[in-house]
Write a protein that binds this ligand. Structure first.
Ligand SMILES: Cc1cc2nc3c(=O)[nH]c(=O)nc-3n(C[C@H](O)[C@H](O)[C@H](O)COP(=O)(O)O)c2cc1C
Length: 402
């Protein structure tokens, strides 16, 4: 994740490793993060709050308000934070946060923080391997808390083993390598997006397909998710992974995609038909691999069902349907024709016009054609920009039906 501009609340608990948190704080600031600190009473015995207050240039949230405790610091700080990291996290605090106890600044912030939560456990090896700590760590992980590894090493108590707090640089790298998670406010709407390509079997080892990568569909999934939609993706084969926040239905052929979409389309407020679905499939699939006879081979192709048209046919009031058309010639003519024939609300015309655009690339030449409207000139932009255009149109359409 990009730490620049991130608001990070650092929780510090009572352990020797608390001194390392000063270095961690500086490393986070160097990345451009804004950092504030909360401390348990035990932590203040290891590092003076004044140190953290000076480094963070902000009052530290403490139990007895020795530095400065504003009346609502216990909710102000966690509300402000995009990310809450407890480092070091003592066995005692692990026990509290895993079991709903919130009786000190660090555990209280944990309970009232809606952002991402990370902990860096630090303790003696026997404490670390105790059933209580291990069970509590499992519980935290199961509830989405990122538990940093406590690697083997020399411990402050003189023993060697697991339980050492990860080094500040290791913690920083773990944060930087983590996937970005945005705090999303749900809007109660659902979008179904078809993604990738389809594969139409010729025989058990060969198929007809195309070069769609799934990148545009994942860009669309991202912007709808960020706008608060519940996202479902019906994915044919793709070169990129579907985002982890989306519910995924995997399919292979156009027939399977047709079935997966049409069987649940009515449950969605928005349908985005982004997948590159094969128009035709072999009339028959050979049971065995077709042998090379060195003579001409004819493949009989029959049309696949039209998923866009069939979903428009059963479109319910207020539902928004977006179709895609990839054209290599006469784009305006074909786009208008497809929009009229399909009855979609919006048609995304796209053309693989340049080397740096189209299949598998981050940019695309596209034009958003609204029902009854003219075809705007093609523009070259990022797939995210295309996705934002679809989102903007969809939100306006949904607003009209309120
Ligand atoms: C010198 C010393 C070092 C300690 N180091 C640790 C430690 O690394 N990890 C830990 O879980 N507890 C450690 N403890 C015990 C905790 O400080 C103690 O459990 C305390 O109640 C934790 O409170 P807190 O979770 O509110 O910060 C240490 C205690 C002392 C006196």
């Amino acid at each position: 994740m990009n730490l620049c501009g991130k608001k990070i609340l650092l929780g510090v608990t009572g352990g020797i490793a608390a001194y390392k948190t000063c270095t961690l704080l500086r490393l986070l600031q160097k990345e451009g993060a804004e950092v504030r600190v909360s401390m348990t009473s035990a932590a203040t015995k290891f590092v003076a709050p004044l140190t953290f207050a000076s480094l963070s240039k902000c009052p530290v949230y403490l139990e007895n308000g020795t530095l400065e405790a504003r009346p609502f610091q216990h909710i102000d700080f966690p509300r402000w934070a995009d990310l809450y990291l407890i480092a070091p996290c003592s066995a005692n605090t692990i026990g509290k946060i895993a079991n709903g106890i919130a009786d000190d600044p660090v555990s209280l912030c944990f309970m009232s923080c809606a952002g991402e939560k990370w902990i860096a456990p630090a303790m003696n090896v026997t404490m670390y391997s105790s059933f209580a700590v291990q069970q509590n760590l499992e519980r935290l992980k199961a509830n989405g808390v990122h538990v940093l590894e406590s690697p083997k090493g020399e411990l402050a108590c003189g023993e060697t083993g697991e339980g050492r707090m990860a080094e500040p640089e290791e913690i920083l790298n773990a944060l930087k390598n983590a996937k970005e998670v945005k705090n999303v406010c749900k809007n109660g709407k659902r979008v179904l997006i078809t993604a990738g390509r389809t594969e139409e079997l010729i025989d058990p080892v060969r198929y007809i397909s195309n070069r769609s990568s799934g990148k545009t569909a994942t860009a669309i999934a991202n912007v709808f998710y960020e706008a608060g939609f519940d996202v479902t993706m019906v994915c044919g084969p793709m070169d990129v992974a579907a985002p982890s926040f989306s519910k995924v239905v995997n399919v292979r052929s156009a027939i399977e995609m047709h079935e997966a979409v049409l069987s649940q389309a009515k449950d969605y407020d928005v349908l985005v038909h982004c997948a590159a679905v094969a128009d035709y499939r072999p009339a028959e699939v050979a049971n065995e691999k077709i042998k090379d006879s060195r003579s001409q081979l004819h493949l009989d192709l029959i049309p696949n069902p039209n998923i866009l048209r069939d979903s428009v046919a059963q479109k319910r009031k207020g539902q928004v349907v977006v179709g895609f058309a990839l054209e290599t010639e006469k784009p305006e003519l074909h786009a208008k024709e497809k929009l009229e024939k399909s009855g979609a609300d919006l048609l995304v015309l796209n053309m693989p016009v340049a080397k740096e655009s189209g299949f598998g690339k981050d940019n695309v030449a596209f034009s958003l054609v609204e029902k009854g409207g003219t075809v705007p000139e093609l523009q070259m932009a990022s797939k995210r920009d295309l996705a934002l255009g679809i989102l903007r149109f969809t939100l306006l359409e949904l607003e009209k039906t309120k």
